[in-house]
Design a protein around this ligand. Structure first.
Ligand code: NAP
Length: 229
């Protein structure tokens, strides 16, 4: 049985990814920093729950310890937990918080998960990045990302993509993928609502895309086919 851990899966894209994997019969651990929100989400989905705050080393170690005890291995780690920042809040404390969650969090969870991933026959790590961290997209006026001010968030997501490449090179025994899930109305996106020129603001609906933009991203999980977001 494929065992998957998704960080920040009590709502939003992580929650939807968990729902679809469970539909396919996978064993899914919802990682959430809030016990209350995480347990409620896991109960609703038929998932398992581990308390996991990606900014807290002890919580990450404990969460992976619990999965190790219960499952003995981990096949798929989805580093999904993320936060944004408003365009006008550009300062050190905000930058530290966003980078700690979006980029350092990936290092924390991945490092703690490595021993369990190495016990899988086909270990995969999926890092949820963003086109706002793509040098190509943010410098291309045809792309909506060109028009968004996202100094801190964009830089943190560029770090996510680079972490993926560097991990893939350093650890060839594990498959590392970065995914851009597509612009989707979640609790993360209101910060940029004022800049949505073309979007459908209804929750959960992908926004209309500019010509040439991909409509959907493919999140490939071994044995599960492609999960569209
Ligand atoms: P969301 O609905 O706000 O969900 C974010 C999740 O991350 C929540 O479950 C949140 O938990 C969790 N989280 C935040 N900080 C955490 C921490 N320190 N430890 C553990 N969990 C934490 O946002 P989303 O849109 O689904 O975002 C999911 C991922 O997709 C993010 O990495 C985001 O950057 C990326 N992304 C989103 C879009 C989009 O259009 N929505 C586009 C590109 C990329 P709480 O409930 O406790 O806050």
């Amino acid at each position: 049985m494929t065992v998957t851990l998704i960080t920040g899966a009590n709502k939003g894209l992580g929650h939807e990814t968990a729902r679809r994997l469970i539909e396919l019969g996978r064993t899914v651990y919802i990682g959430a920093r809030s016990i209350e929100r995480g347990e409620a989400a896991a109960t609703g989905l038929g998932a398992r729950f581990v308390q996991l705050d990606v900014t807290d080393d002890a919580s990450v170690e404990t969460a992976l310890g619990v999965i190790g005890e219960r499952e003995g291995h981990l096949d798929v780690l989805v580093n999904n937990a993320g936060i944004s920042a408003t365009a006008d809040a550009v300062n050190g404390p905000v930058a530290l918080m966003v980078f700690d969650t979006n980029a350092v969090g990936i290092i924390r969870v991945t490092q703690a998960a490595l021993p369990l991933l190495r016990k899988s026959e086909n270990p995969v790590v999926v890092n949820v990045s963003s086109a706002l961290g793509s040098f190509w997209a943010v410098t291309n006026p045809e792309r909506r990302q060109f028009h968004y001010p996202a100094i801190i968030y964009g830089a943190s997501k560029a770090a996510v993509s680079m972490l993926t490449v560097q991990y893939a090179k350093a650890l060839p025994d594990i498959k590392f993928n970065a995914v851009e899930p597509g612009f989707t109305a979640t609790d993360l996106t209101p910060a940029s609502r004022g800049h949505r020129a073309h979007g459908d603001h209804r929750r959960g609906r992908p926004h209309q895309h500019l010509p040439g933009e991909r409509r959907r991203a493919r999140l490939v999980v071994p044995g599960a086919g492609a999960v569209h977001q």
